[in-house]
Design a protein around this ligand. Structure first.
Ligand code: MN
Length: 206
């Protein structure tokens, strides 16, 4: 019997080498983060889809509350990491500096200055309880930017808002390089933000 090709989630390649974000993120950390942590969320999401298909074929029941929760967590992890890799670039080669384009105009309009934007984003990132993310979103109703604080990969996040930029503040994102000093990692992040990419996503949604 011919097998039908099933679509599944795959780990995206990084748009730069594992050593490209040094000294702000070490080669070892980035490699583990991408090939172990991100891969685990890809595998987790695919495992759940397989379980669902199998249960439907065999007409068995699953704990749908647990399945829905697990799928949201793993899919959130996969999607947020996929954005995160893209919104970074090697320092001085696309990474760091100041916001550009229409996104820079929006930052000035909503936050009055880049420094104020950085301050609010930093406070959101540093104060995330446990594991989570800081995420810059755009609301088309109010035409304003906003910084959301995502717990885990999927909690406290409103649906539909396009995400323009994220920072992973799970311990696995910085502990190897910064130990418990999350604030130092958040400060380092500004050297490797890919503002061109952030602006490209903003222009696609505004
Ligand atoms: Mn992570």
């Amino acid at each position: 019997m011919a097998t039908v090709a099933q679509k599944s989630y795959t780990l995206p390649a990084l748009p730069y080498g594992y050593d490209a974000l040094q000294p702000y993120i070490s080669e070892e950390l980035l490699r583990i983060h991408h090939t172990k942590h991100h891969q685990a969320y890809v595998n987790g999401a695919n495992t759940i889809l397989d379980k669902l298909e199998k249960a439907r074929r065999e007409s068995t029941d699953l704990d749908m509350k647990a399945i829905a929760k697990e799928l949201s967590f793993n899919l959130g992890g996969h999607e947020l990491h996929s954005i995160f890799w893209q919104n970074m670039a090697p320092a001085g080669r696309g990474g760091g500096g100041q916001p550009v384009g229409k996104f820079a105009d929006a930052v000035r309009k909503d936050y009055l200055s880049f420094d104020r934007f950085k301050k609010e984003f930093t406070q959101v990132a540093v104060s995330t309880e446990g594991s989570g993310w800081a995420a810059v979103c755009y609301c088309s109703d109010t035409q304003k930017l906003g910084v959301m604080q995502i717990e885990k990969h999927n909690v406290n996040f409103p649906p539909r808002f396009p995400v323009l930029m994220v920072l992973d503040v799970w311990e696995h994102a910085y502990y190897l390089d910064y130990k418990n000093d999350r604030a130092k990692f958040v400060e380092a992040f500004w050297n490797i933000v890919n503002w061109g990419k952030v602006n490209q996503w903003f222009e696609a949604h505004m």
